[in-house]
Design a protein around this ligand. Structure first.
Ligand code: G1P
Length: 237
């Protein structure tokens, strides 16, 4: 998996007031900007070419900070998402830049331990979480994913339910699946709909996180990840 897509759009409204003048992906987290953490995960997966989707009013800040990627031992190129119409559409903009299987990483996700994919086709990375209503959720029964749902209000207690983290492995069929997609009721092309299409085609596998995981979109999640890093990884900060 040499190719990856890193998504850095979004206004960061839940991280106001700093995000009034500042990209949310450059907010401070234990000595580094948030964006360095997902990039570390991509390095761990051996990714070499990263297409970075920018789209907020602070896109220039992200490019100024990340530059050409040589500091990370990777090659970066930048793609502009004109309107914030969802993760699935942002990925589709990168069609020309990714070959074979490729990794997608959300720029506001923290993985404590390296992500490990199996040598299969499309995969999602699952994490046991106490508040599943905030995430895409995969429901598992008898060892198989039977349902994918974005931010479900009610959970099925007859299945094992996991948060779908913001690290995905797709192949070129992604772009075929996207062609028939329509925006959801909130006006976004939902990534969970693409995952459902892989599931419908019996081509979805999953793996689990081996350490802590969190999104970094809120003050409270930032604070708790920062506490975790200072407690468990002080020598790496
Ligand atoms: C997005 C995805 C969701 C996923 C989450 C992980 O949600 O839509 O499926 O579980 O990222 O961080 P968002 O953060 O855009 O609400």
């Amino acid at each position: 998996m040499k190719d990856a897509i890193l998504l850095t759009g979004g206004s960061g409204s839940r991280l106001l007031p700093l995000t009034r003048v500042h990209s949310k992906h450059l907010v401070y987290l234990a000595g580094k900007p948030i964006i360095d953490y997902p990039l570390t995960t991509l390095q761990g997966l051996g990714c070499e070419n990263v297409s970075i989707v920018v789209g907020s009013s602070f896109s220039g800040q992200i490019m100024d900070y990340l530059q050409d990627g040589s500091r990370y031992g990777m090659n970066f190129n930048y793609i502009y998402q004109e309107k914030p119409v969802g993760i699935a559409q942002a990925i589709n903009l990168c069609k020309r830049f990714v070959q074979d299987r490729f990794v997608v990483m959300l720029g506001d996700n923290y993985f404590e331990k390296p992500v490990q994919f199996k040598p299969n086709v499309a995969q999602i990375v699952l994490h046991k979480h106490s508040d599943l209503t905030r995430f895409g959720v995969a429901s598992i029964k008898n060892g198989n994913v039977i349902r994918i749902e974005e931010k479900p209000k009610v959970l099925d207690c007859n299945t094992d339910n996991y948060a779908i983290t913001g690290c995905y492995l797709f192949d070129q069929r992604y772009f075929e699946f996207f062609q028939s997609m329509k925006p959801s009721s909130r006006g976004e092309f939902e990534i969970t709909e693409i995952i459902q299409k892989y599931l419908d085609n019996y081509d979805l596998d999953f793996t689990f996180t081996t350490g802590a995981w969190s999104d970094l979109g809120t003050h409270s999640s930032l604070q708790s990840v920062q506490n975790h890093i200072y407690k468990e990884h002080l020598n790496e900060v």
